[in-house]
Design a protein around this ligand. Structure first.
Ligand SMILES: Cc1cc2nc3c(=O)[nH]c(=O)nc-3n(C[C@H](O)[C@H](O)[C@H](O)COP(=O)(O)OP(=O)(O)OC[C@H]3O[C@@H](n4cnc5c(N)ncnc54)[C@H](O)[C@@H]3O)c2cc1C
Length: 290
């Protein structure tokens, strides 16, 4: 197995262009599990951990530009106030060891329907920036997932960074699993209130072949908030709205039966998570909490 360990982004892109079968590796918490279990035997690995451009984050036009190599631990420690939904999801990933190595870029690279970063990234207006020696392109998060564990990257492309909107309102994330830690989500859900544009964003995990939004439920709840003047009054959220929102989010799922849960359970669970997330986020909004 060839192993490349470039120090610059330009070098990394060059290696990936020369041998598009090369497997990039950030934290290795997905790649090395596959290699150790002999499920994957890549001809070449491209270690991105020494590429400094990938290891930092910055502000740009109201967004956080997150290098593909930023770990979950850093998202939690450094960005919990600006990206609360992503930080909530990061806190649920694996164990401290996994959070110290695993990255949001790697979660996107793996594109598992159960990946915990995806719901909060979908609930906000996230853009994935991919790059190759041919140039950079911006991919809207909803277009990034193309199938089960498949994404929109071309073979010579690498993820450089992820642009995530700084939270303009309360955000929530929750997932269901058989225990509280070290668990792959049986169902996951994220919600973001965007009071500035009167929008409610959603993201569903482990509920369909790819992570996805519940677009129809988003339109429904935003219209209810508008018609009832709730954005201005910040008055109590009618239970019927939360119930109906949960039901419509359930309709957006396309779950499977597998060892971790049945399709029927997942559909029900996502509805419950959605109803609760809306109620919690609304309660924060009423108290003028971000
Ligand atoms: C014990 C354990 C517990 C886990 N728990 C969870 C959990 O609770 N929730 C969860 O979501 N995941 C979990 N995972 C999976 C894993 O930790 C995450 O998917 C993590 O985000 C992967 O990040 P990484 O940097 O380690 O990726 P890597 O293993 O380095 O790479 C993952 C994939 O992304 C590709 N890739 C990496 N970097 C790039 C790049 N810059 N451009 C293009 N492609 C790239 C790789 O080629 C590979 O296909 C767990 C894994 C383990 C071993």
């Amino acid at each position: 197995m060839d192993f490349a360990c470039p120090r610059t982004w330009a070098e990394a892109l060059e290696v990936q262009a020369q041998e598009p079968d090369t497997v990039p590796i950030c934290g290795g918490t997905d790649v090395m599990v596959d290699v150790n279990f002999d499920r994957r035997r890549p001809a070449a690995l491209l270690d991105l951990t020494r590429v400094r451009d990938l290891q930092g984050w910055s502000h740009r036009d109201g967004r956080i530009v997150l290098g593909a190599g930023v770990t979950y631990a850093r998202v939690i420690d450094e960005l919990g106030d600006r990206l609360p939904g992503l930080a909530m999801a990061a806190r649920t990933v694996g164990s401290p060891q996994i959070r110290n190595r695993g990255t949001v870029g790697g979660n996107l690279g793996a594109a598992s329907p159960a990946g915990d970063s995806h719901p909060p990234l979908l609930a906000t207006e996230t853009v994935v920036v991919a790059e190759s020696v041919r140039g950079a392109r911006r991919i809207e998060i909803a277009d990034f997932y193309t199938g089960v564990k498949r994404n929109a990257l071309e073979p010579d492309e690498l993820i450089r960074e992820i642009e995530v909107e700084v939270a303009g309102g309360p955000q929530q994330f929750s997932k269901i699993g058989p225990r509280n830690a070290m668990v792959i989500a049986v169902a996951g859900f994220a919600l973001a209130l965007h009071p500035d544009v009167r929008r409610v964003g959603t993201g569903l995990g482990s509920a369909s072949p790819t992570p996805r939004r519940a677009a129809e439920a988003e339109v429904f709840v935003a219209a209810e908030f508008d018609e009832r003047g709730l954005w201005e009054s910040r008055s109590e959220l009618p239970e019927s709205v939360a119930e109906e929102f949960g039901r419509r989010v359930g309709l957006a799922t396309e779950p499977i039966d597998d060892v971790r849960g049945s399709a029927a359970y997942r559909k029900h669970a996502i509805s419950v998570l959605a109803r609760r997330a809306l109620t919690w986020a609304w309660s924060d909004y009423r108290r003028h909490r971000l």
